[in-house]
Ligand binder design. Structure first.
Ligand SMILES: [Zn+2]
Length: 1125
């Protein structure tokens, strides 16, 4: 359409009827534009372009009637249609035209009221849809004249309100808002916010909204704080709260809260609010709002305001550094401090003006994609010389083994292993003798006694801590703990498959920890069996977080109500003494994988818990695992972990922590179970002792009602799986299999920094005979390399690995087939030291080992150095693995999924200009995911991706793909929570499902070797198995939504970005429309109509409702055809 087309309708005096009846007026926006600009073409041909916006008609105050008509038509058109129409008008310079007209009217000696009001109204409506209106006003020097206009009209309520709305939309631009603030805008507008009144409330509301808008500019906010406006605003809020007994002025009260919200965007504002007893006022007003439905909309802003102003408080620990520090080779003592220090930020400013989250946004992720073709396709030089690879020859015994025993029938190979096992077992046999001594009432007495027994051979951590704590001591079992343990083990212990408490005890006695653990956690000692019932995700109660936050604030307001008793402190052993009769729970965490630094009883049944940072580090608080005892049955206990770091957590989406009860175990139910109610995860007011890069903490709160009194229970982030458990498991596995069928070798890849062996397991099928052909077939089998647990807090990865290991050692035909076609090299725990010492992310070097793969240092990351060395070696002898997979856990997503590497997908996703059509890429990297999607219920194909990110270039997956040339190189991520698709939908994941995933992953490797398997003896003899393998198994297909991330949490986790501008915009139209009706005296604020006053009479009420719904839902359906056609 021609924007400068002839204005055939301008001569008509009744513009409104014209617009409705004119056949050409199909596009109301066009009509509107024509009506604004067309006169120009009559007066000054040729027509002004839209951007020139100097229409003489709009600036011609003489032509009042025409101008009014035009304003009416515009208003009508804009009100009845969709926002699309308004944006069209904006795009054609509508805002500039109106600003110009306004300037002209304002400059005249006596502004004509009948024009001024509609003009201001229209400008406000248009302006709040034009995000650049502020900038335009500033550029055209229209901002200050409107402020002047307001000053002249403060006594004229309707005009004042109209000016205020225009100023409010001008504040969309921070610089315009600042300009207004510098020109006494704050003072002028604040004066219009009166104490409680029933008169001219619309103007009061407009002033309050505009004041809030001004305060969004940082400079204005600081200015207001320094000039004492906080106190004034609080007084106003209190006054309205007290006197608005009919609750008719809720919007004004809400607007006052918005003002307070913005003025506390800086530290001075927050301090002023606290000093003026604002917290008390807000807390008490909230209480009355909570009980009144009509005040519900005030609760959330008040709570957010209190959260924001709650003074920051460092977590009550001596230093932010981990209690566990370990001297690193080549570094001075406390090197980790220095390492961690580099991440610290010296800034003490916590201005909170920046509401950005630390999580990368979508665009950031895209920018992170690797687009350098060299880096994607060219293999980098090896990080070491070939001569260094000789040492790995011994780690591939399968390539040299002669399988003598196959002929002789002796089992020489396993005799060494059995000797080792016997050594373990004999050590284990001595365990119960140690435990035989009756213990005192408290843990520590028991420990001390044991330490006083030199020559016992085993540290007292063989005792199975739970056994000699309160439960047993009160059960009259003091005399014969040893005998009881044995009896109990006989009765119940055998039920945990692939576990043996004796073997565990022996294995644990060899485990080296930084603090020198001397106690076993009962669940690890005793073993865990998955419960038979399915565990649903927890339902989140509405407003659970609000309740918790209000309790936190009550703590601040009434510190005298708090107990504040330190009941456990890892740094202060004296705090650990739990007396027999105590009103406090007893905590303990000094055992393998344990993590709890401090416990503080705050109320009789509420505890603040502080997690220990990763060893040699001051960050990564997430994993927890601790013992609790001394509880009463059926009493809810609230636990708050107050120094969590992640910005969100699956705890907000149905996940529960896990609990193990000693008493339940002894009664035959040795299960870790999901527990906890009233769970939520939210930003709190604590901060690190010393400022860090991320200077904020989050609370995970949950309530546990213990089933038994006098029990010993363990609570953890996720199902624990210790290093000693792995050692036990490997021993048990080896014991379970037939060494003439399964070649199973456990070797030591290397020692960790703390001197713990890092196991390397080789699994393949023994050859059917020692004939050359059979041996060659074995030696030519492709390799599959599996690793796990580089991140110690991801214990789910270990359970998945357990599933893989057990399956590969099993007698299942598919497992047999896998062994016959592959050699499996498995490093089940890449970070033993991290696991042992209860870290979440790092190793003893204070660094994430999964960021060291590019250039691992032998001295600081030995397990990565040698894992990579082994891969280099396989590479160098032409035996590059067919598949590499590193098992991980994912804390923000549900389901299980794979990350892989694809050049083409990375380039596509990044929008790179490189022509991918010429690139050749084997699509085989997708086969495993597709198979898993079919056979593994927990797996979600839609969550998989194959993008190479720069920030991940030093992870195992990317390095093995790029440097070793492994096409199928993956990270497998397992949720901590559960699934939102498939047959496990709505259920939390248990160890059974995790183990199943490990099994399914192995099964998914079969189709890669379909041809070889066809020759497999066993499968040929059982054709039905082949059918199962290829035609369905379970024929599971995940039905995923495309949203792989969680929706925003139902309650604000952060308290910075509680937004209020949308609400202002929603109501602005309605208030403007109402301002056009009636006189200043009878104006009322209640329930303003949203529609324009100029509703065409033929429009039925119902169609208006439809319209507003459509606009509300932002569906840009232009129904103008129906209205005007
Ligand atoms: Zn991980």
């Amino acid at each position: 359409m021609d924007p400068d087309g002839p204005a055939r309708y301008i001569s008509a005096s009744g513009a409104k009827s014209c617009a409705v009846t004119a056949p050409e007026a199909r596009d109301p926006a066009l009509v509107a534009r024509q009506r604004v600009y067309a006169p120009a073409s009559l007066v000054h041909a040729p027509a002004a372009s839209a951007s020139r916006a100097n229409s003489p008609l709009l600036t011609d105050s003489e032509n009042t009637e025409s101008l009014l008509n035009i304003l009416n038509v515009l208003d009508e058109l804009l009100s009845a249609g969709t926002d699309r129409r308004i944006h069209y008008m904006i795009s054609k310079g509508g805002s500039e035209a109106l600003l110009m007209a306004l300037l002209s009217v304002a400059r005249s000696s006596s502004p004509n009221d009948s024009v001024l009001l509609p003009l201001l109204h229209l400008l406000a409506k248009l302006g709040h849809r034009d995000r650049k209106i502020g900038l335009k006003a500033e550029k055209m020097e229209a901002a200050l004249p409107v402020l002047d206009l307001l000053r002249q009209n403060v006594k004229h309520a309707r005009r004042a309100a109209a000016c205020l709305w225009v100023l409010q939309v001008f504040c969309y631009s921070v610089s315009t808002a600042t300009l207004l603030g510098k020109n006494r805008g704050l003072d002028i507008i604040f004066k219009l916010i009166s104490p409680h009144t029933t008169k001219q409330t619309r103007t009061v509301k407009a002033a309050t909204d505009t004041f809030a808008a001004l305060l969004q500019a940082g400079l204005n906010s600081r200015l207001a704080a320094s000039r004492g406006y906080v106190s004034g605003l609080l007084k106003l809020y209190e006054d309205w709260h007290q006197k608005d007994t009919e609750n008719t002025a809720v919007p004004i009260r809400r607007a006052l809260l918005h003002c307070l919200h913005h003025v506390t965007g800086n530290r001075a504002g927050r301090a002023a609010l606290v000093a003026d007893r604002g917290m008390e006022l807000l807390y008490h007003t909230t209480q009355s709002c909570l009980s009144n439905q009509s005040l519900a909309s005030l609760v959330e802003p008040t709570v957010q305001l209190m959260r924001r102003c709650h003074p920051k408080c460092p977590v009550p620990v001596r230093s932010g550094h981990s209690v566990y520090s370990y001297p690193l080779p080549g570094w001075p003592v406390l090197a980790g401090d220095m390492l961690a220090g580099s991440q610290d930020c010296s800034s003490e400013d916590d201005s909170d003006d920046d509401p950005r989250s630390d999580e990368p946004t979508c665009t950031e992720l895209d920018e992170d994609l690797e687009t350098d073709l060299n880096k994607l396709c060219v293999k980098p030089e090896p990080d070491r010389g070939m001569e260094q690879l000789d040492q790995y020859v011994s780690l591939c015994p399968e390539l040299r083994h002669d399988f003598q025993d196959l002929d002789s029938g002796t089992e020489e190979e396993s005799s060494d292993e059995e000797a080792l096992l016997n050594r373990y077992l004999s050590l284990g046999d001595r365990g119960p003798r140690c435990r035989g001594r009756p213990t005192g009432d408290g843990h520590d007495q028991g420990n001390l006694k044991s330490q006083d027994q030199p020559g016992e051979g085993l540290p007292e951590h063989l005792r199975g801590r739970g056994l000699h704590s309160s439960y047993l001591s009160k059960s009259g079992a003091k005399k014969d703990v040893c005998g009881m343990v044995e009896r109990l083990l006989e009765k119940h212990g055998a039920f945990v498959p692939n576990h043996d408490p004796h073997v565990y005890t022996a294995a644990a006695s060899c485990t080296k920890s930084v603090p020198g653990f001397s106690v076993l956690a009962f669940p690890d000692f005793w073993g865990h069996r998955a419960p038979s019932c399915r565990e649903r995700m927890a339902e989140r109660k509405p407003n659970v977080q609000r309740g918790k936050v209000l309790e936190d604030i009550r703590r601040y307001l009434h510190p005298e109500d708090l107990i504040n008793k330190v009941v456990f402190d890892l740094e202060d052993p004296s705090s650990r003494s739990c007396s027999e009769r105590s009103d406090s729970l007893c905590f303990f965490s000094k055992f393998e994988s344990g993590n709890l630094r401090k416990a503080i009883q705050v109320r009789s049944h509420e505890y603040d818990l502080i997690l220990n940072a990763d060893a040699n580090c001051s960050q990564h608080h997430q994993w927890f695992y601790f013992e609790v005892s001394g509880m009463e049955a059926d009493v809810p206990y609230r636990f708050n972990i107050i120094n969590c770091e992640k910005a969100n957590s699956q705890f907000n989406y149905g996940m529960q922590p896990v609990l193990f009860s000693v008493r339940e175990a002894l009664e035959g139910r040795p299960h870790w179970v999901r527990v906890g109610s009233n769970i939520c995860y939210y930003r709190n007011h604590f901060c690190p002792v010393r400022p860090q890069k991320c200077n904020r903490y989050y609370t995970l709160t949950f309530t546990v009602t213990f089933q038994h009194g006098e029990d010993v229970c363990y609570l953890a982030y996720h199902y624990p799986y210790t290093y000693s458990a792995l050692q036990t498991h490997l021993q048990m596995l080896q014991r379970s299999l037939d060494p003439r069928k399964v070649f199973f070798q456990q070797q030591n890849l290397c020692n960790t920094l703390a001197g713990n062996p890092c196991p390397l397991v080789t699994i393949t099928a023994c050859p059917p005979s020692r004939r050359w052909n059979d041996l060659q077939q074995l030696r030519n089998r492709p390799y599959v390399v599996l690793t796990a647990r580089v991140h110690p807090g991801e214990s789910n990865a270990s359970w998945v690995m357990k599933g893989s290991l057990e399956f590969l050692c099993s007698e299942e035909p598919a497992a047999q087939a896998l062994r016959e076609v592959y050699i499996f090299k498995i490093i089940p725990m890449l970070n033993p030291d991290g696991v042992i010492n209860g870290s979440h992310r790092c190793s003893l070097n204070g660094q994430d080992l999964n960021r060291q793969w590019m250039k691992p240092e032998l001295s600081l990351s030995p397990t990565i150095f040698h894992a990579k060395g082994l891969l280099y070696y396989l590479n160098s002898i032409g035996r590059t693995p067919l598949v590499f997979c590193d098992y991980h856990g994912h804390s923000r997503k549900k389901n299980v999924f794979l990350y892989g590497c694809s050049v083409k997908e990375t380039l596509w996703q990044s929008g790179s200009a490189i022509d991918t059509a010429t690139l050749k890429e084997d699509p085989g990297y997708r086969t495993i995911s597709k198979t898993l999607d079919r056979i593994a219920p927990a797996f979600s194909l839609n969550s998989c991706n194959y993008l190479v990110e720069r920030s991940r270039e030093s992870t195992a997956r990317v390095v093995v793909w790029r440097e070793m040339g492994v096409l199928r190189s993956y990270t497998m991520e397992s949720t901590y929570n559960g699934c939102d698709q498939g047959i496990y939908k709505g259920l939390q994941t248990g160890t059974r499902e995790l183990e199943e995933m490990g099994l399914k992953f192995c099964q998914s490797l079969l189709p890669l070797r379909r041809n070889s398997i066809l020759h497999s003896r066993k499968l040929i003899s059982q054709p039905s198995l082949l059918y199962d393998l290829y035609n369905g198994l379970q024929d599971h297909q995940s039905h995923n939504s495309f949203e792989d991330d969680e929706p925003p949490c139902v309650e604000e986790i952060e308290y910075l970005n509680a937004s209020c501008t949308e609400h202002m915009a929603d109501t602005l139209d309605a208030e403007v429309n109402a301002n056009g009706l009636g006189s200043d005296e009878d104006e009322e604020l209640r329930r303003p109509e949203r529609k324009s006053r100029l509703i065409p009479c033929f429009m039925h009420r119902a169609s208006l409702d439809t319209l507003s719904q459509k606009r509300g839902s932002r569906q840009a359906t232009d129904i103008s055809g129906q209205l005007f056609g």
